[in-house]
Design a protein around this ligand. Structure first.
Ligand code: CTP
Length: 398
């Protein structure tokens, strides 16, 4: 079931590390090629000899020894999935802060594959605000947190904090790979961020969009096998990632041209950008000087990219739009669904705390053409992206 899959198992210093041996056995039995990286503290709980014997691979602990330097970059790039199980409080905190004082952490920082963590700690540590914040930070980076179980803990107390059982982790990994291939070979256009409409050489009309939502969607699509063309507005931080081609634009007109071109060959388009609705009729060649009295700018409507893609949509193409609303949310979202000929509309209401521009979280409702209304709770933008992509997959394979 996991034949051909390359899994990097990270083990940190926790009593739950004894379960990593079972997890390793299950992964190997299931056909995966497993390499192991452990923190120095993890050696006190399980022996590298046991792990290397079971995995048929050398277990890596040190960043370098006298003879060699461990190539953490290649390790992070080798894996299809990096699972840190167990994740101790200490390693969690270091991952959240970007600390890099052992090989496991260096590999984490250079991993280009999806990263999963299975926390294991005592109840009080699990419930400490620092742990809650650090886990939320990892989720914000797009990492997947495998929920803990409630039960007997190392301290003898009973409560939440037990690492998930190896059999459950294996099942989740198998489901992940079964799902992740679903978009293999699909070409997807994603837009992200604001557009800037120039007024003169130094000024523009823009908006507060950070592009984080569109970026999270692009990452999620790529993780599920899609080839993504990301048309990104100014200021969007989009580091190079496998399977994501970034096309940089500044204005609504540039985004329009880039999208029309990319849509020709696209199977799916997700329009998450906050495109300017108006742009100045004329752009002054020189900086506009301050004068007595006010200044009137004449604006003209920009082209509605989503609407144009809706007009051009061919059979087999799937179109997703967003609706950012402050009032009459549902009615406005449904109006956009039909007026722009989209297949899904993702509604963001600015009335919802934690939703919208700049935040690392979002709260969405998705409307489909069959009359469905899918309401989701407040989540990290990466978890929201997984919901949106999950809904797209559900619809295109319905
Ligand atoms: N959109 C677009 N081109 C534009 C304006 C918007 O493609 N010129 C897309 C956005 O990317 C989004 C959807 O249309 O997917 C809805 O954007 P939104 O700003 O909520 O709505 P508008 O259509 O601009 O209408 P209004 O501002 O009046 O709500």
């Amino acid at each position: 079931m996991l034949h051909g899959k390359k899994i990097l198992l990270g083990i940190s210093g926790s009593i739950a590390a004894y379960k990593s041996i079972t997890l390793l056995r299950l992964l190997v039995k299931s056909g995966a090629d497993v390499k192991i990286v452990m923190t120095p503290a993890a050696r006190d709980f399980v022996s590298p000899l046991t792990l290397s014997t079971l995995s048929h691979n050398t277990v890596l602990v040190d960043l370098f020894d006298e003879a060699a330097w461990a190539n953490h970059v290649m390790l992070g790039r080798w894996a299809d999935l990096f699972v840190v199980a167990p994740l101790s409080c200490n390693t969690l905190a270091k991952m959240a802060m970007g600390i890099c004082d052992n090989l496991l952490l260096a590999t984490y920082l250079s991993a280009t594959c999806p990263v999963w963590v299975a926390p294991a700690m005592d109840e009080d540590m699990w419930q400490h605000p620092t742990t809650i914040r650090n886990l939320a930070m990892l989720q914000g980076f797009g990492n997947h947190v495998i929920p803990v179980n409630t039960g007997e803990l190392a301290s003898g107390l009973v409560g939440p904090g037990r690492m998930a059982e190896p059999e459950d982790i294996l099942l989740q990994i198998q489901i992940h790979f079964a799902e992740s291939g679903k978009l293999a070979g699909k070409k997807v256009l994603v837009t992200a961020g604001p557009t800037y409409e120039p007024i003169d050489p130094v000024r523009f009309i823009g908006n507060h969009s950070s592009g984080k939502m569109g970026l999270a969607i692009a990452h999620e699509l790529a993780a599920r096998g899609a080839e993504v063309q990301l048309v990104a507005g100014p200021g969007v931080t989009a580091p190079a990632r496998p399977h994501i081609q970034v096309i940089r634009v500044n204005t609504a007109a540039e985004m329009y041209s880039a999208c029309l071109q990319a849509f020709e060959a696209a199977d799916i388009a997700v329009m998450a950008a906050a495109v300017a609705d108006y742009s100045p009729v004329t752009v002054a060649g020189e900086k506009i000087k301050k004068k007595e009295g006010g200044l009137v700018l004449e604006l003209q409507k920009t082209k509605d990219i989503l609407k144009e893609l809706g007009n051009r949509k061919k059979k087999g193409q799937f179109l997703v739009g967003f609706a950012l609303e402050t009032n009459n949310e549902k009615a406005n979202a449904l109006e956009k669904l039909s007026a722009k000929n989209a297949d899904l509309i993702v509604l963001n209401s600015l009335k919802d705390e934690g939703a919208g521009f700049g935040n690392d979280t979002n709260k969405i409702t998705i409307y489909d053409r069959e009359g469905g209304e899918h309401i989701f709770p407040l989540k990290s933008k990466s978890a929201v992206a997984a919901d949106i992509v999950g809904m797209i997959i559900k619809k295109i394979y319905a």
